[in-house]
Design a binder for this molecule. Structure first.
Ligand SMILES: O=C(O)c1ccccc1NCC(=O)[C@H](O)[C@H](O)COP(=O)(O)O
Length: 244
């Protein structure tokens, strides 16, 4: 490299590190590592299994405040529009309103553009669903996310998914989805059965997703040993967390 290009690069590195700081977001994994079972509160206006969930009077700001007052660890924001009535603006709004809370982009990601977009709309983390992706897509999208300083929640539902997920280099965060996406049936026994099969020595943070409706469900999942749970419908429809 020529002398001037070398000098420019050294200076540019300093500027780049400042630019990265501006876009840096709180860590979802760190938030989930706190003592006790942590809750990720989802903004879920609708779903294929339940149809419309949010009432006409739904106010996202109030819902986010309800989550924060009840010490949730992170927000999960659905940004898929057709089936879930989500929007990217919801995610950006949540991140700006509560910048101290990590935000997961809950979407159906298969294109590198969606990962880059997640960074620029303000996400701390993205979801990759093992069943939706080939091994090479999983590895490449995971690497791209890490390169962009995003964390990745890798979602599994059965042992085959787990085996494939464990082949991803540097995997740090796994989500066990209790919902069978063919039948929409949910059962916490999915987490009960898969959790012990995850190697303990790999320092993987583990959450349980879907079908959590009661305080008893939360206690049951805590007894299994997961770090956190991701809850959508029950938080959108009921006062599971007892608003203060
Ligand atoms: O919720 C659905 O009907 C659904 C259907 C097809 C693909 C994904 C789906 N849900 C996404 C989720 O992972 C859930 O929103 C999330 O785990 C929360 O679930 P819940 O607490 O049961 O609303």
């Amino acid at each position: 490299m020529s002398n001037i290009l070398h000098k420019i690069k050294l200076e540019r590195e300093k500027q780049l590190s400042e630019e990265k700081k501006i876009l840096s977001k709180p860590s979802l994994i760190k938030a989930l590592k706190k003592d006790g079972i942590q809750i990720i509160g989802e903004i879920k206006r609708a779903s294929p299994s339940k149809g419309t969930i949010a009432k006409d009077t739904f106010d996202i700001e109030k819902q986010l405040d309800y989550y924060v007052k009840n010490n949730i660890a992170a927000f999960s924001i659905l940004t898929e529009n057709h089936f879930f009535k989500g929007q990217n603006e919801d995610l950006t709004f949540a991140g700006k309103l509560h910048p101290e809370i990590p935000v997961l982009r809950k979407d159906f990601i298969f294109d590198p553009f969606q990962v880059a977009q997640a960074k620029f709309i303000g996400a701390s983390a993205v979801l990759l669903i093992v069943k939706m992706l080939s091994d090479i897509e999983l590895i490449n999208l995971h690497k791209l996310a890490l390169d962009l300083e995003l964390e990745v929640l890798v979602e599994i539902h059965n042992e085959e998914d787990l085996e494939r997920a464990l082949r991803i280099p540097e995997i740090k965060l796994l989500g066990i989805n209790n919902r069978n996406l063919d039948t929409f049936e949910t059962s916490l026994s999915v987490t009960e059965n898969l959790f012990p099969k995850i190697p303990a020595g790999k320092d993987i943070t583990i959450i349980s997703e879907s079908g959590v409706h009661t305080q008893e469900d939360l206690k049951f999942l805590e007894s299994i040993g997961v770090d956190g749970v991701l809850i959508g419908e029950s938080l959108m429809k009921t006062s599971l967390l007892n608003p203060k």
